[in-house]
Design a protein around this ligand. Structure first.
Ligand SMILES: [Zn+2]
Ligand SMILES: [Zn+2]
Ligand SMILES: [Zn+2]
Length: 162
């Protein structure tokens, strides 16, 4: 079985998710004149290891196993770049990162976080995005890359009776 590392996503060929994410990132960066350096690409690949959020320390631990060790500031800068480019979302309440499935359109990420198992799902509804952007403009704000985090219970935790 492909290492997906998550139970809430239906079994699938996760290797192709990773490949798709990396290809999309490469194309977007070329289109926008951004430089997807090897370390940025590698960090993105690690974030995409599964659909679960990953902490910066886990990313560092992963890189530490490799030949070209990266210093923490390098990794944090790579993450900043990936977030700014919309390729990765930061989930503040978990202090963790997750790859964006739809990075072509810069958007406000809409997450539901399970308060019990910390499982995360992205809603990614363009209607909600458009509405938030419009309402924000009306009150004089321009939204920057950021995430909405809604708390709840996933179906497994709900079934387990929390
Ligand atoms: Zn996948
Ligand atoms: Zn997204
Ligand atoms: Zn849960």
């Amino acid at each position: 079985m492909t290492k997906t590392g998550e139970s809430h996503v239906a079994p699938h060929d996760h290797q192709s998710c990773i490949q798709h994410a990396l290809d999309t990132a490469a194309n977007l960066c070329v289109k926008r004149g951004l430089n997807l350096t090897p370390i940025r690409r590698r960090v993105l690949e690690i974030v995409w290891r599964s659909h679960e959020p990953i902490g910066a320390y886990q990313i560092l631990a992963e890189l530490a196993k490799e030949r070209d060790k990266a210093a923490p500031p390098t990794v944090y800068r790579a993450l900043d770049f990936l977030i700014e480019a919309g390729l990765v979302h930061r989930i503040d309440s978990l202090n963790a990162f997750v790859g964006c499935g739809e990075p072509s359109q810069p958007h406000i990420a809409q997450f539901i976080v399970c308060r019990r198992c910390h499982r995360v799902a992205e809603i990614d509804d363009p209607t909600i995005n458009a509405l938030l952007t419009e309402r924000s403009r009306e009150i004089g704000f321009r939204i920057e890359p950021s995430s909405l985090e809604l708390k709840g219970l996933c179906s497994d935790c709900e079934a387990a009776g929390s």
